[in-house]
Write a protein that binds this ligand. Structure first.
Ligand code: HSE
Length: 428
């Protein structure tokens, strides 16, 4: 029998337990495909006594993940602890220094330290891979690195936080405000321990930065992602956008332009009948565009035990088969430093405002838009309350800078109650 590939797994939460189950339950299939057995030799977690519903008795136990990473009987260190710094990073560094290959699901660690870790791995002759860090079960890193290796990638888009998509679609179907559905998501256990990671767009921003690096051959630049969360999306916006033929998604967009790399994770309107517009609940979707392939749409579970463990195993199987890919699809030493775009790509915008019921009020708003060169494509005024009427405007394509000028000008007219809401409409 050929030599087994020996795994040391640090972190036995949902994903870690899922990996153990695959290795135990699909041993024959994995061995046939890899041409060698996949074995677990050692594991590590915070609590040894916790009941996990998996057999761990055959494996050595390490309290310290760094010690696990350095063990001589471990070929691949599988890091499933999470956290940008702390034990996860210390253990990944120790594994690389000891010449071990590393497979991780840790988007935060790679978004912040991916370049340094990839360089260290390259120097040590080790592999560092992260399929499970982006969009759970969707093999999008492999799609970009391998399947689309012959393409110039022109744009990457995605709904990559299932919790946010659950909240937005559930608000729409239940006709309930953000706060109520946020609470529901918390009770269902959908939110990260720090919910800002989800609803603030940070978790999805980490994923976008990793994909942008692979897609555009640039060093990971999480600081260059323009982030906006879903906390301020109202039920009125969801329902009125729908009425205009759109749905609101927390959408990531990465695009290389003549002005630099655009990386944006923010609420956007997308056509309701587009694949992204039809995405329901906690599912993820990634849209890849390349020359010459055109557009590819990948859809699947973005989190959970089975899907995420499936992605971890994709990287493990590569290593077992002797496939040694660079972390970001090309040598880390050859990745260019990302230059963030100085201005945004023009887009149409959805505007919603509460207009006072006075003669000439609407004319004042239209004048402000005209003065900064923003042209109106469509407009709708809804039924009045006692003193105000909701007005929706869809603009023609314009630059965000011009729109911001218009928003300031609208505030100054004195004919609005509160501030206007502006949401980008993405061409998908
Ligand atoms: N919290 C994430 C989500 C999964 O809701 O998609 C982990 O990245």
């Amino acid at each position: 029998m050929t030599t087994p590939l020996r795994l040391g797994i640090a972190g036995l939460g949902t994903v870690g337990a899922g990996v153990v189950k695959i290795v135990q339950r699909k041993a024959d299939l994995l061995a046939r495909r890899a041409g060698r057995p996949i074995a677990i030799t050692a594991v590590s977690a915070r609590n040894r006594d916790k009941e996990r519903g998996i057999r761990l008795g055959d494996y050595a136990w390490e309290d310290d993940p760094v010690a696990l990473a350095r063990r001589d009987d471990v070929d691949v260190f599988v890091e499933l602890m999470g956290g940008a710094d702390g034990p996860a990073k210390a253990a990944a560094e120790a594994a690389i220094a000891a010449g071990r290959d590393v497979v991780t699901a840790n988007k935060a660690m790679l978004a912040h330290h991916g370049q340094d870790l990839a360089l260290a791995a390259e120097k040590a002759g080790a592999v560092l891979r992260f399929e499970a860090a982006v969009a759970g079960g969707i093999p999008v890193v492999k799609a970009l690195t391998e399947g689309l290796a012959g393409n110039e990638v022109t744009r990457v888009m995605g709904v990559m936080n299932g919790t946010c998509n659950y909240i937005l679609t559930r608000m729409e179907h239940a006709h309930l405000p953000y706060e109520d559905i946020f609470e529901e998501a918390r009770k269902l256990g959908y939110l990260e321990a720090d919910p800002t990671l989800d609803v603030g767009g940070i978790d999805a921003g980490h994923k976008l930065a990793l994909l942008a690096s692979v897609a555009f051959g640039a060093q990971v630049d999480f600081a260059g992602v323009a982030l906006e969360g879903i906390e301020r999306i109202s039920i009125a916006d969801i329902e009125q956008a729908r009425d205009m033929g759109y749905r609101i998604k927390l959408l990531g967009v990465a695009q290389m332009t003549g002005r630099g790399l655009v990386q944006r994770m923010s609420p956007c309107l997308v056509p309701a009948d587009s694949p992204l517009g039809q995405l329901e609940g906690g599912t993820n979707m990634v849209v890849l565009e390349g020359d010459p392939v055109g557009q590819i749409v990948l859809r699947g579970a973005g989190a959970g035990e089975g899907p995420t463990a499936s992605a971890v195993m994709a990287d493990v199987m590569d290593i077992a088969r002797g496939t040694r890919l660079s972390t970001f699809g090309q040598p880390a030493s050859a990745l260019a430093q990302a230059t963030p775009a100085v201005s945004s790509v023009p887009a149409a915008f959805y505007l919603r405002m509460e207009l006072q019921d006075k003669p000439g009020a609407l004319a004042k708003i239209a004048t402000v838009l005209g003065e900064v060169g923003v042209s109106i494509d469509r407009m709708r005024q809804y039924q009045h309350t006692e003193a105000t009427a909701p007005v929706l405007i869809v603009t023609h394509k314009t630059r965000r800078e011009a729109l911001d000028q218009a928003l300031a000008g609208m505030d100054a007219t004195g004919v609005l109650e509160g501030h206007p809401v502006a949401i980008r409409i993405e061409d998908v």
